[in-house]
Design a protein around this ligand. Structure first.
Ligand SMILES: [Zn+2]
Length: 158
């Protein structure tokens, strides 16, 4: 086991989270496989699913996902079903809260990491950047597009 993985397990224990390991899904690129890393995969919101922690990138993402669980009791944490609704059918107010939770989870990751290097900063930028980009788009989209998007999301159960 890498020392990064050992550290993830130690932190998980401290915050009462479970870690489960999954294999890289077949037919995925190394990079796409990173999307299997997620938190809150069980009903009581306390499990992180990750690839084996064999790189700094996986380490950073696993730390971030632990962060989602570590902040369970904070004001930055959204109820899981609300997070999911806001993520899939975003409106500005709602998505702002998603971004706030993401920021808090990254902050926790930084505070608890053994180190934070350039590769880790790059994956953070890629991950968190996609949320802040989306928020910016929502904040600046023309009224007509906003209305159409809301209409579509209502049609499909948003
Ligand atoms: Zn996140």
């Amino acid at each position: 086991m890498t020392r990064q993985q050992a550290h993830i397990e130690k932190l998980a224990k401290q915050i009462g989270a479970k870690v489960s390991y999954v294999q890289r899904p077949p037919m995925t690129t190394e990079h796409d496989a990173l999307y299997v890393i997620q938190a809150n995969i069980n009903p009581d919101n306390s499990e992180v699913q990750t690839l084996l922690v064999t790189s700094d990138i996986i380490y950073a993402l696993a730390l971030h996902e632990l962060g989602h669980i570590a902040i369970n009791d904070s004001a930055d944490k959204m109820p899981i079903d609300e997070y999911s609704r806001c993520y899939h059918y975003p409106q500005v107010n709602c998505f702002e809260r998603v971004v706030r939770e993401e920021a808090a989870a990254w902050k926790w990751a930084h505070a608890n990491a053994l180190y934070w290097n350039e590769e880790m900063a790059a994956i953070e930028q890629e991950g968190f950047g996609s949320y802040t980009d989306n928020l910016k788009k929502l904040q600046t989209e023309p009224e007509q597009i906003r209305r159409r998007r809301l209409f579509m999301s209502q049609l499909f159960g948003g």
